[in-house]
Design a protein around this ligand. Structure first.
Ligand code: NI
Length: 189
């Protein structure tokens, strides 16, 4: 089942998400719906707050980017309670977009190497190192669990230049080609 994607301005995107205690069928149904929602909107990652749920859950599949970024091959993953340990390296800049920020793409600086600990949809623990663009996707999605979005990382100038686009999203004037949920009037943040 496809779920509506909550757009910039909705308060659910700004809350810190709660850890998940156990994996049950309800959670696995949510994971399956999130994958379907992500593929339907041509995304490579989707965090639970983006479907209105403040729990520490992310789905990722960067496989479509494997031609440009080989490290993204076979990266279909469900990350429950993910924890990032930054390993090393100077942050690098690359353009990012977000399904909750339609029509906006900006360069964001992120580190290239990280170690990730998480649980899968059967609550089995995993630990693995990631580098390159898949590490960027992981950082972008895990930011959502802290109530952060990629535009929080851009300069005040770039933010100013995107002001009209941001206002249009908040006011529900941006058209998106996937089911979406705009910020409720009076509760826009
Ligand atoms: Ni995003």
């Amino acid at each position: 089942m496809k779920l509506p994607i909550y757009l910039y301005g909705h308060p659910v995107l700004r809350k810190i998400s709660e850890p998940i205690e156990a994996a049950d069928d309800e959670l696995r149904t949510l994971v399956s719906n999130m994958f379907e929602t992500m593929y339907n909107s041509d995304g490579v990652g989707l965090a639970a707050p983006q479907v209105g749920i403040n729990r520490r859950l992310v789905v990722i599949d960067g496989s479509v980017l494997a031609e440009e970024f080989p490290e993204c091959a076979d990266t279909r993953m469900c990350l429950i309670n993910p924890e990032i340990e930054i390993l090393d390296g100077e942050p690098v800049s690359h353009a990012e977009g977000c399904l909750s920020l339609p029509g906006i793409a900006e360069d964001v600086r992120r580190v290239e190497h990280l170690r990730l600990r998480w649980r899968d949809e059967n609550f089995e623990p995993h630990e693995k190192e990631f580098s390159g663009f898949i590490a960027r996707i992981i950082q972008h999605e895990c930011d959502h669990l802290e109530g952060r979005m990629f535009i929080d990382h851009i300069s005040p100038t770039r933010r100013f230049l995107n002001k009209r686009k941001l206002t249009n999203i908040v006011e529900g004037k941006t058209r998106v080609d996937y089911p979406a949920k705009y910020a409720p009037v009076g509760r826009r943040k």
